[in-house]
Design a protein around this ligand. Structure first.
Ligand code: HIF
Length: 300
């Protein structure tokens, strides 16, 4: 039997939460001064466990609150994002963690200069860890295009959508104590733009082996004039990022998004909205129908 979820919050209630997220984004002591990028990664990892065939995983449940999912090495560092949001959850206890994580990413992307992304609430939080899917569903950055297709086709995305999503690596950075990779993709990692695609195409990225044995790709702008004592800035790409260049079907979209920021924003907005809806079943009025009966598993 399917039931509808809790009553939808009013527009004013939602605005209060969005305002609170906007305020917390400013974190001068953290990374590049913004909580935005890690909040985007939190939302993506909450949704990116989805499997279209078995209808398991996805953004319902907020499973990362449990060790089974939160302790997955693929989610290393996301405790920071969850901690940033905790005071908001305390203040607005009516919103579920699952909704808050997705909404925070939508607010963050917009605040960082990105597009408006359609968002619908109604997700519920698991009350135990039994519905959490097995680990191993998130992508491994050390691999290539076959792996990307395997992971993202499982969620129901196509090649164009994979490339559009990838533009989110315009934001944030890699941390040696989280993924083991190091550095940021673009010079300004708290500004959403199509710079990631432009840089991918513009530079001759060189393979660099890190002390931990991982390989990433780097570019150092040697032309740039430096002040005394300043070190040239090194930008990075993951092996998975580089596979967007070497794979012809992916590369076509990299070029289009590098040339046309509006097209990228339009496609990104649609595909990120789709990502956040993974695993959420709604009736014709938009009410979530898998929210209250998660104990029975996902039913479409
Ligand atoms: Fe990421 N991603 N991602 N990612 N990601 C990292 C960081 C961010 C992959 C690997 C990594 C997407 C896809 C993929 C963000 C957003 C998105 C890191 C570094 C790795 C290794 C983590 C760390 O060390 O802190 C792989 C292999 C992906 C498949 C292509 C999405 C499209 C690009 C879906 C997406 O939205 C964001 C934002 C960050 C920055 C986090 C931060 O803390 O700054």
């Amino acid at each position: 039997m399917s039931q509808t979820g809790p009553a939808a919050p009013s527009v004013a209630q939602l605005e209060q939460v969005k305002d609170a997220v906007r305020t917390l984004l400013h974190q001068p002591e953290y990374d590049d001064g913004s909580a935005g990028p890690v909040l985007v990664r939190l939302a993506w990892h909450s949704a990116g466990t989805y499997c279209a065939e078995t209808k398991t995983g996805g953004s319902n449940g907020a499973g990362m609150r449990y060790e089974k999912e939160g302790g997955d090495p693929a989610n290393a560092g996301l405790a920071h994002a969850r901690a940033f949001l905790e005071p908001i959850k305390e203040k607005f206890s009516w919103i579920t963690y699952a909704d808050l994580w997705c909404l925070a990413a939508v607010v963050a992307i917009k605040e960082m200069g990105g597009p408006e992304i359609a968002w619908q609430g109604g997700r519920t939080d698991f009350t135990d860890d039994t519905k959490i899917p097995p680990r191993g569903r998130l992508p491994d950055a050390a691999q290539g295009s076959d792996h990307l297709r395997h992971i993202f086709y499982r969620m129901g995305f196509n090649d164009q959508e994979i490339v559009a999503l990838s533009g989110a690596h315009n934001l944030g950075r890699c941390h040696s104590d989280r993924s083991g990779f190091e550095g940021k993709w673009v010079n300004n990692p708290t500004r959403f733009s199509n710079q990631y695609f432009k840089l991918l195409l513009a530079h001759d990225w060189k393979k660099k082996k890190l002390d931990n044995g991982l390989e990433q790709f780097v570019y150092v702008d040697e032309e740039i004039e430096l002040e005394e004592g300043e070190k040239p800035e090194e930008l990075m790409m993951l092996p998975t990022d580089m596979s967007l260049l070497s794979d012809p079907a992916f590369r076509t979209w990299v070029k289009r998004y590098a040339e046309d920021k509006d097209l990228f924003f339009d496609h990104f907005s649609k595909v990120f909205a789709k990502l956040l809806e993974l695993g959420i079943c709604r009736d014709a009025s938009g009410n979530v129908t898998n929210a209250e009966n998660v104990e029975d598993g996902y039913k479409s």
